[in-house]
Design a protein around this ligand. Structure first.
Ligand code: ADP
Ligand code: MG
Ligand code: ZN
Length: 603
């Protein structure tokens, strides 16, 4: 298959800088690109977006992570375009992100500053002074600052009245939408800009392509008629894989770091502060240079860790999702999700931090159904979010579950579909686990409508007794446990209806039904404050039972899988002995599908 690096729209294929000289600022824009940013040419859509904003239009830029969004507003900030240059105000959600950008700009000799809740009064006075005297090309502010600091608002207004407000930029604009995965209430009020300063061009940028979010952002920012620049979100140089978590994950990570990518950088996403620290410690014990990063650390410490990783002193960083946004490291070779991500949008952005330089990189997600259950429980128990938010988060999680449980469709096809982009899996070139497995295994689509109806009947009969998924499977399989007998569950409709279904297939079906809202798990807290997850009929259960809808699920054909199953790559034996022993016997789930392992192949 072709070298993925070559296909990557934004590494090869420059729009030559000299090709378009039709605007009065074209010459200046090219000079700034070369002399200030020291770049040879524009990437896809950069020049188009720059021309649009310099023409005074409102612009919405959708570009995958690493696509080069910053240049779309940093370059115009340095171009006169005939009139006074003025100041560009950039609203950005994270302080670390602003800091990073301001530092980079200052290094290039560009006058930039930031106003955030951090920084002392003296510093801020100084910044305001510079701003007033028209001395700043770019000012980064946090949305919170705009809400709370009236002095800042006054200065911006005075810039406007002196015709020195060049443009307003809203980076990570998906934060405006409550439909996004990363909603910030303070972003909502940014819609005021277009009302207060209707003739100041606004530019919104995001790597989130979800259509609902996109519409929401345009609407909230009052730029519904703006120029839209979008592109395929496919990242051809990334290899995607979902792995069963019942394996020796740490040993696999060790192999990845020591054998496959020695001396190369990566990120390991963990779900909590504790898990970041624990995982880092465990990997340290395996002799790996790994550290952690999360929101509980103080800013200095975080910056220290971030720089250590950027400079390669740490090979990998165990981080929460707080890490990565806006961090500029082009040669990240692997992104591992140690636990299930909470939504596909975030997942895609996080994996997008791999391979910004266009070279082959891989994204591995370790999946265990139990992780979904515990996240579901966390959502149920979260006292800080309202019902609607919970429902939304549950929906997001089910989409992730669906993605992980789907072992047949191309990963790219699945994720991009979520972003309303049609992707032909032929163009994946076997750069995902599902496409690769399809080359050696045969699939069959089975009708699971009958089984599903039986399962629904079973659960309806026993759900009031607060049963776990495991118990429900036992009933369905016709087990004779003491628990089943004492509860009388051996006499309910559906008992033993699934006695011929293989255990592993049954697990897949149950998980699939949860992802489809036909079953649901909800957390119930008992008297001692301990939460358990119980299985219930989901919102689609009754409709399915009485309706004519058909449900199917793809399974790997047994014979085919066994016959041509390639031998998994051996795990480095040294790492095996030093790693904690895997508690599981020859794992159920390993035999579940007999899925071979693959790695990214280089070029
Ligand atoms: P995004 O905000 O879209 O995630 P960035 O603006 O942070 O992406 O840019 C990602 C990387 O691409 C940076 O290292 C940046 O210097 C680089 N880059 C941006 N534009 C170009 C270009 N025209 N040519 C080469 N590299 C570029
Ligand atoms: Mg960015
Ligand atoms: Zn694929």
């Amino acid at each position: 298959y072709p070298n993925p690096a070559k296909q990557m729209a934004h590494t090869g294929d420059y729009d030559s800088c000299n090709a378009e000289m039709r605007y009065e600022w074209s010459r200046e824009a090219c000079a700034v690109l070369r002399n200030v940013f020291k770049l040879p040419g524009f990437r896809h859509n950069q020049l188009e977006a720059i021309n649009a904003t310099l023409s005074g239009k409102d612009v919405f830029v959708l570009m995958p992570t690493g696509g080069g969004k910053s240049l779309c507003y940093q370059l115009p900030a340095l171009v006169y375009g005939g009139k006074t240059k003025g100041t560009t105000i950039v609203i950005s959600p994270l302080i670390s992100l602003m800091q990073d950008q301001v530092e980079h700009l200052l290094e290039k000799g560009i006058k930039a500053a930031m106003v955030s809740s951090r920084g002392d009064a003296g510093e801020r006075r100084n910044t305001f002074q510079q701003l007033k005297s028209g001395d700043l090309s770019l000012l980064y502010v946090s949305p919170e600052m705009l809400t709370t600091n009236s002095q800042l608002r006054n200065v911006i207004s005075s810039l406007y009245h002196r015709d020195c407000l060049a443009r307003i930029v809203i980076d990570e604009a998906h934060c405006v939408s409550s439909w996004g995965h990363d909603f910030r209430p303070d972003y909502k009020q940014l819609g005021q800009f277009k009302k207060d300063y209707p003739n100041v061009p606004l530019m919104a940028l995001t790597a989130t392509a979800n259509e609902r979010v996109r519409l929401d952002v345009g609407f909230n920012l009052n730029i519904t008629g703006c120029a839209l620049f979008t592109q395929s979100f496919n990242r051809p140089n990334l290899y995607y894989e979902v792995r069963d978590k019942q394996r020796d994950v740490l040993a696999e990570i060790k192999e990845l770091m020591k054998v496959k990518y020695p001396g190369k950088s990566g990120i390991i996403y963990c779900h909590s502060k504790n898990s970041c620290e624990e995982t880092a410690t465990k990997l340290n014990r395996l002799g790996l240079k790994v550290t952690y990063y999360h929101a509980g650390m103080d800013p200095e410490e975080r910056l220290h860790v971030q720089i250590g990783w950027q400079e390669g002193r740490y090979q990998a960083i165990c981080a929460t999702v707080a890490f990565g946004m806006g961090i500029d490291k082009a040669d990240v070779r692997f992104v591992v999700h140690y636990t299930l991500p909470r939504n596909l949008e975030g997942y895609y952005q996080e994996t997008g931090r791999a391979g910004r330089d266009g070279l082959p990189s891989e994204c591995i997600l370790y999946y265990a159904y139990r992780d979904a259950t515990s996240i579901m429980t966390m959502i149920d128990r979260d006292k800080d979010i309202d019902y609607d938010t919970k429902e939304k988060q549950r929906t997001f999680l089910k989409q992730v579950l669906q993605y992980c449980e789907n072992q047949t469709d191309c990963r790219r096809h699945q994720v991009l579909q979520y972003f309303n982009e049609k992707f032909d899996s032929k163009n994946c070139h076997n750069q995902c686990d599902n496409c690769r497995i399809a080359t050696v295994c045969e699939f069959e689509t089975r009708d699971i409508t009958g089984i599903t109806k039986d399962i629904i009947r079973t659960i309806l009969a026993i759900q009031d007794d607060n049963v776990t998924m495991l118990h429900c499977m036992d009933v369905f399989r016709g087990a004779k446990t003491a628990k089943i007998q004492s509860a009388g569950h051996n006499n309910v409709p559906g008992y033993a209806a699934g006695k011929d279904v293989e255990r592993t297939d049954m697990e897949r079906i149950f998980h699939h039904l949860v992802a489809q809202s036909i079953l649901k798990e909800s957390a119930i807290v008992n008297k001692s404050g301990y939460a358990s997850s119980y299985l219930r009929a989901g919102s689609r259960a009754v409709g399915l039972l009485s309706g004519t809808e058909k449900l199917t699920l793809a399974f790997i054909k047994n014979g085919a899988a066994k016959k041509s199953k390639p031998t998994p790559k051996p795990v480095n034996s040294a790492s095996k002995s030093s790693a904690p022993k895997s508690k599981t016997k020859p794992t159920k789930t390993a035999s579940k599908t007999g899925r071979p392992r693959f790695g990214v192949s280089k070029g």
